[in-house]
Design a protein around this ligand. Structure first.
Ligand SMILES: [Fe+2]
Ligand SMILES: [Fe+2]
Length: 166
C-alpha cells in the first residue's frame, strides 16, 4: 500500500463516496440499513477529518504558505460537516429531519472532496516532494490507529467546541 499522503486521502474519499451512494440508494423505509450506513459514514468522516486537521492541513500550511487561504476555507468546511455530524449522531432514521440532514451532509462533503481532489491536491502535489508526501502519509497512517471514531469522543469534540467558542 502506498504511503503517499494524497493517495491515502483520495482512498478515504473513495470509500466515503461509496458509503454516500449506498445511503442515498436506501429506500425511504429502510431504517435499519440507513442507521448502519450513517454509523459507518460518521466514523469514516470523523477519522478522515481528524487526520487532515491534525496533520495534512497544518503541514501544508507551514510548508506551502501560498495555500493558506485554501487551508483556512477547508477548516471551515470541516467545521460545518462536524456540526451536522454532531446533530446526526443521536438521531434516529425515523426522525423526519434525519434523511434531509444526511442529504445536506452528503452534498456539503461531496463539494469539499471535489475541491480537494480537483484543485487542492494538484497544488499540494506540485509544491511538495514525493518524500515529504510519504512522510506526511506515514504519520497519518499511524494516526488513523488512534483517531476518534465518533464525534462524541473527547479528542473529536474538543475541536468543535474550540471552533464554536473561539
Ligand atoms: Fe478535507
Ligand atoms: Fe479530504
Amino acid at each position: 500500500m502506498s504511503n503517499d499522503a494524497i493517495v491515502l486521502l483520495k482512498n478515504d474519499h473513495k470509500e466515503i463516496r461509496r458509503l454516500f451512494r449506498d445511503f442515498s440508494s436506501t429506500g425511504a423505509e429502510a431504517h435499519a440499513a440507513q442507521a448502519s450506513l450513517a454509523t459507518k459514514i460518521i466514523e469514516a468522516l470523523t477519522v478522515h477529518t481528524y487526520i487532515e486537521n491534525e496533520t495534512m492541513y497544518p503541514e501544508v500550511r507551514q510548508l506551502l504558505p501560498d495555500l493558506e487561504d485554501d487551508v483556512l476555507e477547508s477548516y471551515e468546511e470541516h467545521h460545518v460537516a462536524d456540526l451536522l455530524v454532531m446533530e446526526l449522531t443521536p438521531m434516529s432514521p425515523s426522525d423526519e429531519r434525519f434523511r434531509p440532514k444526511m442529504t445536506v451532509l452528503i452534498e456539503n462533503v461531496t463539494h469539499h472532496m471535489d475541491e480537494e481532489e480537483q484543485d487542492w491536491f494538484p497544488k499540494v502535489r506540485a509544491g511538495l516532494g514525493r518524500k515529504q508526501l510519504s512522510e506526511i502519509g506515514e504519520r497519518m497512517l499511524e494516526q488513523k490507529k488512534t483517531a476518534p471514531r465518533s464525534p462524541t469522543q473527547p479528542s473529536a469534540l474538543k475541536k468543535v467546541v474550540d471552533a464554536v467558542i473561539a
